[in-house]
Design a protein around this ligand. Structure first.
Ligand code: ATP
Length: 276
């Protein structure tokens, strides 16, 4: 099994994440308090020009936790993840705290360097570069580090996705869609993120590949990575996560334990646009 910095950082992290969203998961009623969140998003607003499509969204994810964000097309899930990762200049309000540090105004590369990586929707890779070159791009913030660190991170990614080792010298654009998604996830993992955001990681992929990707997500969370997954497939999302947030029209309209939400008829109604 690999070791990364997740475990030690999570154990040693101060519990000063703050904000309303953090308070929402603080220990109550004599229950042991859950670990401090690695990521706290509070009152996030974002949009495109004058159009606001994310309206005061808040969520948290702790080390070793998988959290799902579900909702129908256009609910604002992608925009939310992009705003958290610092990619949307259209973010107009709200706070993003990563490991207790405010990163709301930080540029995307600083956010990556501080431990958050986003895998955007649609396996965006560099098709003309080899698999290895694509993976190396994920170490860009640490490009001055020595070869031993690169080899260590590569062997971790290859352990998770053995097919990438097999095709390391192949142009990434020649791989199947599922393998390209593995390259995209592998590239994000080269940053050894404490928080991994996955935007529809299995969209359009074959069931066997979906299983492989969710198996890796489970391995990452077991190793201490905090994972946020946006997913169209409601059953998959709720099966793979411990908690879920349901978005509609730019807002979080329902949240709870995934096991409870599986039996909650309101979730399907919201996602199919039937909620009152
Ligand atoms: P999907 O599952 O279809 O990706 P989503 O929940 O991720 O949906 P977003 O992609 O965040 O939703 O879109 C939220 C709203 O913002 C939608 O109304 C969409 O049309 C709009 N939108 C998304 N991207 C842009 C853009 N680049 N410019 C203008 N409007 C956009």
């Amino acid at each position: 099994m690999f070791s990364n910095r997740n475990g030690s950082v999570a154990r040693g992290r101060p519990s000063d994440a703050g904000g309303g969203a953090a308070n929402a998961i603080a220990g109550r009623g004599g229950q042991p308090a859950p670990p401090a969140p690695e990521l706290v998003v509070a009152d996030l607003c974002a949009g495109y020009g004058a159009m606001q499509v994310v309206d005061r969204v808040g969520f948290t994810v702790a080390a070793g936790e998988v959290v799902a964000v579900v909702g129908r097309n256009g609910a604002g899930k992608t925009t939310t993840l992009a705003a958290v990762a610092g990619l949307r200049r259209g973010r107009t309000c709200g706070q993003v705290r990563l490991g207790g540090t405010e990163v709301s105004s930080a540029p995307p590369e600083d956010i990556v360097a501080r431990g958050l990586a986003l895998v955007p929707e649609g396996h965006r890779i560099f098709p003309d570069l080899t698999v290895l070159e694509n993976l190396r791009m994920g170490m860009f913030p640490w490009r001055r580090r020595g070869g031993a660190e690169l080899r260590g991170r590569l062997s971790w990614v290859y352990e998770l996705f053995p097919v990438l080792a097999e095709f390391a010298q192949r142009e990434a654009g020649r791989l199947s869609g599922g393998q390209q998604q593995m390259v995209a996830i592998g590239q994000a993992l080269m940053a050894q993120p404490r928080v991994l955001l996955l935007d529809e990681p299995t969209s359009g992929l074959a069931p066997a590949v979906i299983d492989d990707i969710y198996d890796v997500i489970a391995q990452l969370s077991t190793a201490g990575t905090a994972v946020v997954v946006v997913e169209q497939n409601l059953d998959r999302a709720l099966a793979a996560s411990s908690r879920a947030y349901v978005m509609d029209s730019g807002r979080i309209v329902l949240t709870g334990d995934s096991a409870d939400l599986r039996d909650d008829h309101r979730v399907g109604a919201i996602i199919h646009g039937l909620a009152e």
